[in-house]
Design a protein around this ligand. Structure first.
Ligand code: MHF
Ligand code: KIV
Ligand code: MG
Length: 275
């Protein structure tokens, strides 16, 4: 059964943790869907893990649509959430609705995610009014990396913590059906989770959230450019892949591969005519 805005709400009510992972392609999304993930986020982190940029700012609407299409084709049950890239919604309410619509209409997303609180409440409201479900994103919002001066833990002092609580309430009020809390103190995320009716999905925000999200390359050991403290390596797929590549190189060079069983045959009758 497809995970939806209502199943998310039910999960919060029941205390059943919401599971979300990022994916950017068909085969990975299909594996996650088959494993039983509740939701797949086509994150703008794709700029870093798939395209090799140092931050998420260069990611375009075309990039997001391209990867969202691939993920949507791999999902039967997972809710597909697509990130709105930098400058696709900050510029105006009009741009926000137009671009959210493209992610749903062209990309096949079930919902979109935007970074920011009270300052983008008008955009959230307008997208929700167009019948597109919205996930908000607060705390370390990576599209603000230049304003923050780096990828740093947020809301550690009283003023910033109060601001974050106010922003969480503002996005709920604007109609968001869930909110991602990134890189904030666990105790603060727990307070916000209790005060909101909508589910919180944490990344570096502790166990008190209603759900968790991780970048899949991080949790499988496939990305070594940086390792945030909140990452747990659930498998070392990077090592498995490297060993597979090395074995292929070795067996190809030594002639072990391809073997008889990997080859196609032709009848002797035809073959004799070719000599
Ligand atoms: N591969 C990947 N994983 C992510 O989680 C991720 C991305 N890419 N790209 C977009 C953003 C950027 N994110 C990041 C990137 C770095 C840190 C980091 O290094 N944080 C420090 C905190 C430093 C401090 O104390 O303020 C850490 O040690 O975790 C955190 C989140 C999260 N997102
Ligand atoms: C880290 C998650 C929440 C995200 O926004 C992304 O992958 O782009
Ligand atoms: Mg993102």
């Amino acid at each position: 059964m497809r995970n939806t805005v209502t199943t998310f709400q039910d999960q919060k009510a029941r205390g059943d943790k919401i599971t979300m992972l990022t994916a950017y392609d068909y085969s990975t999304a299909k594996l996650m869907d088959e494993a039983g993930i509740n939701s797949i986020l086509v994150g703008d982190s794709l700029g870093m893990v798939m395209l090799g940029y140092k931050d998420t700012l260069s990611v375009t609407m075309e990039d997001m649509i391209h990867h969202t299409k691939a993920v949507a084709r791999g999902c039967e049950n997972a809710m597909v959430v697509a990130d709105m890239p930098f400058m696709s919604y900050q510029t105006s309410v009009y741009d926000a609705v137009l671009n959210a619509g493209r992610l749903v209409k062209e990309g096949g997303a079930n919902a979109v995610k935007l970074e920011g609180g009270a300052k983008i409440a008008a955009q959230i409201r307008a997208i929700v009014d167009a019948s597109i479900p919205v996930v908000a994103h607060l705390g370390l919002t990576p599209q603000s990396v230049n304003a923050f001066g780096g990828f740093k833990v947020q809301a550690r002092n009283e003023d910033a913590a109060r601001q974050l609580i106010a922003d969480a309430k503002a996005v709920q009020e604007a109609g968001a059906f869930a909110v991602v809390l990134e890189c904030i103190p666990a105790a603060l995320a727990a307070i916000i989770t209790k005060q909101l009716d909508i589910p919180t999905i944490g990344i570096g925000a502790g166990a008190g959230c209603d759900g968790q999200v991780l970048v899949y390359q991080d949790m499988l050991g496939l990305f070594s450019d940086m390792t945030p403290k909140f990452v747990k390596k659930f498998a070392d797929a990077g090592t498995v892949m490297k060993e597979g590549f090395a074995k292929y190189i070795e067996e190809t060079k030594s002639g072990v591969f391809p073997a008889e069983e990997h080859c196609f045959k032709i009848s002797d009758e035809v073959l004799n005519k070719l000599y």
